[in-house]
Every structure is written in structure tokens, then in C-alpha cells.
Design a protein around this ligand. Structure first.
Ligand SMILES: Cc1cc2nc3c(=O)[nH]c(=O)nc-3n(C[C@H](O)[C@H](O)[C@H](O)COP(=O)(O)OP(=O)(O)OC[C@H]3O[C@@H](n4cnc5c(N)ncnc54)[C@H](O)[C@@H]3O)c2cc1C
Length: 190
């Protein structure tokens, strides 16, 4: 049983998994390898000049692992509420259970639709449908959150990565019962 299952390892998903794992939540991040970011070349990603999409995605996954998340290749085909949490079924037949799920599935909302989670027409260019969320990032299914392109934010890596972190901090704060802050301090020279 995981505390958090992150579906999608693009900028939104990996950024979220970094925060939940570093907060001590047992985190599993899964990706089906369809990410559009792999075709991008970012000249406008704050703090990382001229970074390729593949480099950004691989760096994000590596950071999530370094901070304690488990990362796996695979495709979630369905999810459903259970008495103890949310069950995820992968297209290879594997089953996983988590207390909370964070959908960061980019341009794909099929898993949400299959689970009966509310979606609506997208408002950003080229985005057909998005998952309906509240201000915290919660979807219509209790325990399921969404962030990034899938949740309707502007389709830019700095925005989707930021949104993944924002929703992850809301999720962590809810589980810990107080607003979460994750700051590290530069060691002072002796
Ligand atoms: C050609 C191109 C150029 C771009 N150039 C720029 C640029 O210069 N600057 C910029 O800021 N942005 C750029 N972007 C946008 C940026 O790459 C991303 O689209 C954006 O950051 C989306 O991030 P995301 O994490 O929401 O989604 P994605 O990066 O798409 O990640 C979603 C992930 O979810 C996974 N997934 C989906 N469904 C499932 C499932 N059922 N099970 C498991 N995994 C699943 C996918 O495999 C994917 O890896 C560009 C995009 C494109 C296509």
C-alpha cells in the first residue's frame, strides 16, 4: 500500500513525486512513455537554459528517485475506489493500492474518464479535455488529485512543474494536518 501514486512522470508528475517522497510519503510514480515533453527543446525554462525535453524528463525522474520515490514504466488502464484507498490496474494486469492518487497525465484524460472522474473540454491550445479540479487540485473522486496539463494549466514546463509541486504540497498538507513547507538551507561556511 502506497501513500501516493503519481500517474505520469513528465514535469508535473516528477515535480510532485519529488515533494511527496521528500515529505516521507511512500510514493510510486508510473509512466507509459507517451510524454510530449520528449519532443521539446526549452529555451524558456527558468533556471535551466536551453535544456532538451528528454534531459529535463530524465533529470526529473532521477531527482524523484534520489528523494525516495519509486519510479516504474507502465500504463494505468483503470482506477477505482476501495474501502482502504484507491486501486490502480495496469494494462499488464498488475494491481496497486494507494491512499492518494495524483493524475499528471498530460494530454490524456482517458484514465480519469474511465473511472467516472469529471472532465471537461480543454481551454489551452491543442488540449481536447482536462480533469475538473477544485482550487486545491482535488478531482470529483475523493483521494484523487490532478495537476499539470491534465488539470488545465498552461502547457509550459515551468508552469506544469510548478503546478505539480503546488498540488503535491496541498496533498501533503492535508495528510499531515498542517501547511507543509519544504526548505533546505545553504550550509554556512565554517
Ligand atoms: C513539440 C513541443 C515543444 C514544446 N516546447 C516547449 C517549450 O519550448 N517550452 C515549454 O515550456 N514547454 C514546451 N512544450 C510543452 C511541454 O513539453 C509539456 O507539454 C508540458 O510541460 C506538459 O507537462 P505535463 O507533465 O503536464 O505532461 P507530459 O509531459 O505530457 O507528461 C504526462 C505523462 O503522463 C504519462 N501518462 C499519460 N497517461 C498515462 C497512463 N494511463 N499511465 C501511465 N502514464 C501515463 C505520459 O506517458 C507522459 O509522460 C512543448 C511541447 C511540445 C509537444
Amino acid at each position: 500500500m502506497y501513500d501516493v501514486f503519481v500517474v505520469g512522470a513528465g514535469p508535473a508528475g516528477a515535480s510532485a513525486a519529488m515533494f511527496t517522497a521528500k515529505a516521507g510519503l511512500k510514493t510510486l510514480m508510473l509512466d507509459s512513455g507517451q510524454g510530449v515533453t520528449r519532443r521539446a527543446f526549452m529555451k524558456n525554462h527558468y533556471g535551466a537554459s536551453n535544456i532538451t525535453g528528454p534531459d529535463l524528463v530524465e533529470t526529473g525522474k532521477r531527482q524523484a528517485v534520489q528523494l525516495g520515490a519509486e519510479v516504474m514504466d507502465g500504463k494505468v488502464s483503470s482506477l477505482r475506489k476501495t474501502d482502504s484507498g484507491i486501486e490502480l490496474i495496469l494494462d499488464n494486469g498488475a494491481h496497486y493500492e494507494a491512499s492518494q492518487v495524483l493524475l499528471c497525465t498530460g494530454m490524456w484524460t482517458d484514465v480519469a474518464e474511465q473511472a467516472g472522474i469529471q472532465t471537461q473540454a480543454g481551454t489551452e491550445p491543442r488540449i481536447k479535455s482536462i480533469i475538473v479540479i477544485d482550487a486545491q487540485g482535488k478531482t470529483s473522486m475523493p483521494g484523487v488529485w490532478a495537476a499539470g496539463t491534465a488539470a488545465g494549466v498552461s502547457m509550459h514546463t515551468i508552469v506544469t512543474a510548478g503546478d505539480g509541486a503546488r498540488v503535491a504540497i496541498n496533498l501533503i498538507s492535508e495528510l499531515k494536518g498542517a501547511r507543509w513547507v519544504d526548505h533546505d538551507v545553504l550550509p554556512t561556511e565554517k
